[in-house]
Design a protein around this ligand. Structure first.
Ligand SMILES: Cc1ncc(COP(=O)(O)O)c(C=O)c1O
Length: 444
C-alpha cells in the first residue's frame, strides 16, 4: 500500500489504487508472470504489447550481464560509439533493407522514437528550402506516445485534452475501423473511403504544407484496429503522389507481432521512416529506434554545416546494455522463427476468438486477430452496463481467473508473448469465455 502512495503510477487511477494497492509482479517465466502472493497469470498482453521472446530467457540475461561487465555505459554524442550499438545498427538495417531502410538512430522508448521521426520529417523538408511543409496527418484512435510531439499526433482525445494546446498543424483523419465505419453507410462493402480521406486532407491543407503522414500498421492502443488489407498500400501511394513522407510507427507491430518481421512488410509497403521500441528488446532493457531511407539520410548529409546535421539525440542513445539485449533478442527471434510461429498461432487465436463470438453473438460484436494481436469487442444487449465499461469488466474477471489482458473501452485486447503454445492459447481463450459468461451473469 505504501508503495502505491509514494509512487505515482503511469496511466493509473491513484484513488482506486489507494484502496486496493497494486498487483506486485515479482517474477516471470515464458508466458507466465507471478505476483507476490504466488499467483500465476498467463500474460495475455505481453507486458504492454512487447514481451515477444517471453520472460526469463537466460541467453538475454547473460548478454546484458556480459556487456555490463565490459562496458555498462559511455555516451555516443559527437565522435563516440560503443560496439554493441554499431553491431545492432548493422543488424537492424540488414533486417530492414527489404522495407527500404538504410540508417538508424537510437533512443529509449516508443515516444522518443516517434519524436525523432517527427523532427526528421520537418527538417527533411526545411533543408530543401520547403520550411512551409511542416504539418502532420494522423488518424483518430492513433497512439504514438506521451511526449508533446508524439502526443500531438495521438488520436485518442482523452489522452490529449488535458495538455492542450499541442503542436499546431496536426490534422486527424478517419481510422480504417471496419466495424465502426461510417464512411459508406449505404453499403457494407469497403470502398476505402478512409484511404481517400488521407488524400482529401492533403488536398485541403495543401500538399505543399504537409510534411508527413504517420500510422501504426495496426492501431494497437486504439483497440487493435485491423485495417482492410489494401488500405496501407493505397495510403502509401497517395503519400508518394503528393510528396508526403510516410512514417510507419512499428513500436507494437515490429519484431514479429503480426506474423511478419514488420507491420509494413506484412501489408506490403515501404515507408520513408520507421519507429521501433518494445519488441526490439522484448522489454529486457528499454530501447527505441528510428530508421530512415537512404534518400532521407543523404538529404541531411548534404547540408553544408560544420556541426551536427541533425541537432537531436538522447543522452542514452545507443545504450550498450540495451543494444546487447536487442542483439540477443533478435538472435532468438530469428533462431526460433518466432514471427513464423506468431503467424501460425495467430490463425489459432483468430479461430478461437471467432468461435467465442459465434457462441455469444448477442454480446460479441467483433472478434479477430492478425498474428498475435487480437481483439474481442463487446456490447451489452440488455443495455444494463454502460458502453465503454465492458472491456474492464471482462478483464477483471479474467484477472481473477489467471489471465492478464488489456481492456480498451469495450474491447479486450490480446498480445501474448510470441512463444505462446497452442495449448496456452486455448487456455487463454477458454478463460476469456468464462469471464464473458460472468459478465453476462453478474456484470463487472
Ligand atoms: C504504436 C505506439 N507508438 C508509440 C508508443 C509509445 O511508446 P512508449 O510508451 O515506449 O513511449 C506506443 C506505446 O504503447 C505505441 O503503442
Amino acid at each position: 500500500m505504501g508503495k502505491a502512495q509514494t509512487r505515482w503510477g503511469p496511466y493509473t487511477n491513484m484513488k482506486s489504487l489507494a484502496e486496493s494497492g497494486p498487483t506486485i509482479i515479482t517474477r516471470a517465466d515464458g508466458v507466465y508472470v507471478y505476483d507476490d502472493r504466488g499467483r500465476q497469470y498467463i500474460d495475455g498482453h505481453g507486458g504492454l504489447w512487447l514481451a515477444n521472446i517471453g520472460y526469463g530467457r537466460r541467453e538475454i540475461i547473460d548478454a546484458i550481464a556480459q556487456q555490463a561487465e565490459a562496458l555498462a555505459w559511455f555516451p555516443s554524442f559527437g565522435g563516440f560509439a560503443n560496439e554493441p550499438s554499431l553491431r545492432l545498427a548493422d543488424r537492424l538495417i540488414e533486417l530492414l533493407r527489404p522495407d527500404g531502410m538504410a540508417h538508424v538512430m537510437f533512443s529509449n522508448d516508443g515516444s522518443e522514437s516517434v519524436e525523432t521521426a517527427l523532427k526528421i520529417a520537418r527538417q527533411y523538408w526545411k533543408v530543401q528550402g520547403l520550411a512551409h511543409k511542416y504539418k502532420y496527418i494522423t488518424r483518430h484512435h492513433a497512439y504514438h506516445g506521451v511526449t508533446m510531439g508524439a502526443l500531438s499526433v495521438q488520436g485518442i482525445a482523452e489522452n490529449r485534452i488535458e495538455f492542450e494546446p499541442l503542436l499546431p498543424g496536426v490534422v486527424h483523419v478517419a481510422a480504417p475501423y471496419r466495424n465502426h465505419c461510417g464512411m459508406h453507410p449505404e453499403s457494407s462493402v469497403c470502398t476505402f473511403a478512409c484511404a481517400r480521406a488521407v488524400e482529401e486532407a492533403i488536398l485541403t491543407q495543401g500538399a505543399d504544407s504537409v510534411a508527413a503522414f504517420i500510422a501504426e500498421p495496426v492501431q494497437a492502443a486504439g483497440g487493435v484496429i485491423l485495417p482492410p488489407s489494401d488500405y496501407l498500400r493505397q495510403v502509401r501511394e497517395i503519400c508518394r503522389r503528393y510528396d508526403v513522407l510516410f512514417i510507419a510507427d512499428e513500436v507494437v507491430t515490429g519484431f514479429g507481432r503480426l506474423g511478419s518481421w514488420f507491420g509494413s512488410r506484412h501489408y506490403g509497403i515501404q515507408p520513408d521512416i520507421m519507429t521501433m521500441a518494445k519488441g526490439i528488446t522484448s522489454g529486457y532493457v528499454p530501447l527505441g529506434a528510428t530508421a530512415v531511407s537512404e534518400n532521407i539520410f543523404r538529404t541531411f548529409l548534404n547540408m553544408p554545416v560544420a556541426g551536427p546535421e541533425f541537432r537531436h539525440g538522447n543522452t542514452y542513445s545507443g545504450h550498450p546494455l540495451a543494444a546487447a539485449a536487442a542483439l540477443a533478442n533478435i538472435q532468438i527471434l530469428e533462431r526460433e522463427a518466432l514471427p513464423e510461429h506468431a503467424r501460425k498461432m495467430g490463425v489459432l487465436l483468430q479461430k478461437a476468438l471467432q468461435d467465442v463470438q459465434q457462441r455469444h453473438l448477442e454480446w460479441v460484436v467483433d472478434a479477430n486477430a492478425e498474428g498475435l494481436l487480437g481483439r474481442i469487442e463487446l456490447r451489452d444487449p440488455s443495455g444494463q452496463m454502460q458502453a465503454g465499461e465492458l472491456g474492464a469488466a471482462m478483464a477483471k474477471h479474467m484477472y481473477d481467473l489467471g489471465v492478464i489482458v488489456r481492456p480498451l473501452g469495450d474491447v479486450v485486447t490480446f498480445s501474448p508473448p510470441l512463444v505462446i503454445s497452442e495449448q496456452q492459447i486455448a487456455q487463454m481463450v477458454a478463460i476469456s469465455e468464462e469471464a464473458l459468461t460472468l459478465v453476462q451473469a453478474h456484470g463487472g
